[in-house]
Ligand binder design. Sequence first.
Ligand SMILES: [Zn+2]
Length: 292
Amino acid sequence: MAQLSIGDFLIDCVVDLERPFLHAQTFFPDLTDDMFAHCRQLLPKADLAPDGRLQMRFQSFLLRTGRHTILIDTCCGNGKHRPGRDDFDHLDTNYIGALAELGVRPEQVDLVMCTHLHWDHVGWNTKLVDGKWVPTFPNARYIISRTEYDHWNARFQRGEQGIHLISFEDSVLPVIREGRAVVVEDTYEFDKGIWLEPCPGHSPGHVLINLMSNGSHALASGDVIHHRIQLAFPELSTIADSDRALARTNRTALIERLADTPSILVPAHFPPPVFGRIVRSEQGFAHAPVNG
Ligand SMILES: [Zn+2]
């Protein structure tokens, strides 16, 4: 498994699932037949299933700084009711085993940071014990950004329905009730070299997580960029973006900012090769993988 070094920080993928998701032209409504054909030529073969569905990983990143053991995003989780998402309903994955293979037990995790509070980024926040959802990482502080929390909490309090409200109830509220959550400003700096940066559009309070050590920089980008298709065509927003115009603006600005710099993208849903730089190319931008 690829491991990324950023100065003194070590970053590993912890994979919950990897599978074809929606068809590319369903997920990206503005992806034309011509653009899609072009992507088939440009991208690694494994990025698209033969039937045109997007190959996607649902993965956390284990960040070991020497001082702290941190998980960035917590994927889907086991045993959760996800109506309308049959492929993700009541999962039984080996996520905790994957963490163990990296030498980490749940009680050793100091901090859980979520880029946003969608169902596929908060799932392993909790596990089911005796019919009750309890924090999976009993000693961790769960860092949640203010705008994102306020948005979903307000919708939950209004009694709104939907998959992200169901996950708010089974994967976010239990860590709040147990006193494990810390709601922070969207620009919060946790420790030297680890700070949040607002990047709304996919969700109202989506944050990037900046990681900097000894002059090296990486950026956990959550769902600002879902798939390598969006490097070739940064203008493509997804049906999952709550504000597609804002998502387009912020995604394009981020890609342009990172392009041809040494910063390494740490994207939530890329299948291998996961880690890489962004470079300008003939067709928009491209991914230049590092460490496999
Ligand atoms: Zn996601």
